[in-house]
Design a protein around this ligand. Structure first.
Ligand code: NDP
Length: 498
């Protein structure tokens, strides 16, 4: 059984002892076993971490972009060199299969570090010049914000930490980062990698704790920006607290995303897309396409192929390369997802096509104490069912039959959430028309889930504010200064002599 050393805090460029005298546990979701103690930050510790970031800010902001880029490039190299070791820790912390974490979590995080390093090193933070008149022009400058806070969710711990810290640091800010209390192992590891890459002390700092630590960070007067990933309800509290000091915010929140299959879609590709959109990371992906709209006269064929392919969802020992379906992250989340599945059967009266409450069949005995659920498919669902309206954040798929494409688009848009959406069809003109009408910030055509560094992602409606990644992602970490230069004398027409 894997165990890890106790995790402390990290500021002033080194590991620091927490003064709260409180610890909480990191649990392996596959077995329910304790794997590490995490030391919780006291308010005095958080203040010290913020002061460390404040002290580091002026010289880091003044460091030439190309030098900042060089350090981040080195960090990306170190992350890649230690991929398997970090991925294994992520697997034991989150329960996600190593076959996933070893190819996605660290790698896509390192890609983002490299992307923003290259962007700022290549002049991506330059402002604009606008000629107004022959002797007058405006120029703009992009300035870093100051001390920023990153607060992460538990589903992609190190990837979220990297998606926040990479553009933040590349733009010349400093950061205090708080991982989710359920998945804290990666924070200190990442801080040490940044230090090894040459990041000056205080530029990236880590504190551990639960929601109260996040709330204290969010409300702290020395903090200029909060970048948050988590649930909509928490996001509203965080944005409300940040508004107190008019802080900048980025909100990456939940979704209940529609996936539309058109009659002319390639059935194999559509079924594969639906499986990716519902069972990858055991359904714990914010962009999951859990509302699957299928033409009524195609439903039987679609369901038949989907159920046939469910044999390829393989629960088992999480480090086994053949396993592609792990447990849910925690006991409390397991209870929540199981309650939704029961609600779907008992209250919503949806038709259970596959799975249901309970553990996957043939789970080895040593895993039966873990937080496992079966991948579950409901069909004959209606828009008003609770399992169709609310984010479950587990492997629970709802099939909704439709008669016309217009109707499917209209129903897809009824959600208050607008994180992701997508369409499977061989009619590309229609695909673009539909994508244009779908109310979501992240969309796919004949694909699902890929989120490369180059692609700006962020939710519409209650799914978020702002974007991460891509060229637009850097804008969330700078403020603009516009300067008007006039080489002629001030023409004070209002006060001119009559
Ligand atoms: P939560 O909202 O429960 O928690 C997110 C983070 O906020 C955790 O670190 C949590 O601490 C912290 N927190 C809790 N209360 C407060 C507070 N009052 N002030 C500041 N911070 C606080 O989300 P989950 O961890 O359950 O993550 C799952 C959610 O994240 C899903 O809804 C999912 O859709 C969303 N998500 C969105 C993504 C996107 O890009 N749009 C990507 C990934 C996930 P702690 O947990 O330690 O108590």
């Amino acid at each position: 059984m894997a165990t890890y050393s106790a995790r402390q805090l990290y500021y002033d460029g080194k590991t620091q002892r927490a003064t709260s005298n409180k610890t909480f546990e990191s649990i392996d979701p596959a077995t329910g076993a304790h794997i590490a103690d995490i030391h919780e930050a006291s308010r005095a510790d958080i203040d010290k971490a913020i002061q460390s970031a404040e002290r580091a800010f002026p010289s880091w902001a003044a460091t030439p972009a190309i030098q900042r880029a060089r350090i981040l490039q080195k960090a990306a190299q170190l992350l890649r060199a230690r991929n398997d070791e970090i991925a294994a820790a992520e697997t034991h912390d989150t329960g996600k299969a190593f076959s996933e974490t070893s190819v996605v979590d660290v790698a896509t995080g390192a890609d983002v570090v490299e992307y923003f390093a290259n962007l700022v090193g290549g002049g991506g933070l330059n402002g604009e010049t606008t000629q107004l008149r022959e002797d007058a022009w405006v120029y703009t400058k992009k300035a870093p914000l100051g001390v920023c806070v990153g607060i992460g969710a538990w589903n992609y711990p190190i990837q979220i930490a990297l998606w926040k810290s990479a553009p933040c640091l590349a733009a010349g800010n400093t950061m205090v980062y708080k991982p989710s209390e359920f998945t804290s192992l990666h924070g200190e590891t990442l801080a040490k990698i940044y230090t090894e890459a040459g990041l000056p002390a205080g530029v990236f700092n880590v504190v551990h704790g639960a929601g109260d630590v996040g709330a204290y960070l969010t409300a702290h007067p020395s903090v200029a920006k909060v970048s948050f990933t988590g649930q909509v309800s928490t996001g509203k509290r965080v944005a409300g607290a940040a508004a107190g000091h008019m802080k900048y915010v980025t909100m990456e929140l939940g979704g209940k995303s529609p996936l539309l299959i058109l009659r002319d879609a390639d059935l194999e590709n559509a079924v594969d897309g639906v499986m990716m959109a519902n069972f990858y990371s055991t359904g714990q992906v914010c962009t999951n396409g859990t509302r699957v709209f299928v033409p009524r006269d195609m439903k039987a064929a679609f369901e038949k192929r989907l159920v046939e392919k469910m044999q390829f969802v393989r629960a088992g020992p999480v480090m086994d390369p053949a396993t592609n379906f792990g447990p849910l992250v925690s006991r409390v989340h397991h209870q929540k997802v199981t309650d939704y599945i029961r609600h779907g059967i008992e209250q919503d009266k949806a038709k259970l096509l596959y799975g249901g409450p309970g553990q996957p069949a043939n789970l080895p005995r040593e895993l039966q104490t873990g937080f496992w659920v079966q991948p579950t498919i409901f069909t004959d669902c209606t828009d008003s069912m609770k399992i169709v309206r609310e984010e479950i954040f587990g492997p629970v798929l709802s099939i909704l039959a439709y008669d016309t494409v217009e109707e499917a688009v209209q129903r897809a848009n009824t959600s208050e959430l607008g994180l992701a959406a997508g369409v499977f069809t061989s009619n590309l003109n229609l695909a673009h028309r539909i994508i244009d009408q779908l109310q979501a910030g992240i969309t796919w055509v004949n694909s699902w889930g890929e989120s490369p560094a180059e692609m700006s992602v962020g939710g519409w409606k209650q799914s978020g504010v702002g974007v991460e990644n891509g060229r637009r992602g850097i804008e969330a970490w700078v403020r603009n200064k516009s300067t008007l230069v006039d080489m002629s004398n001030v023409v004070a027409t209002a006060f001119a002599k009559l």
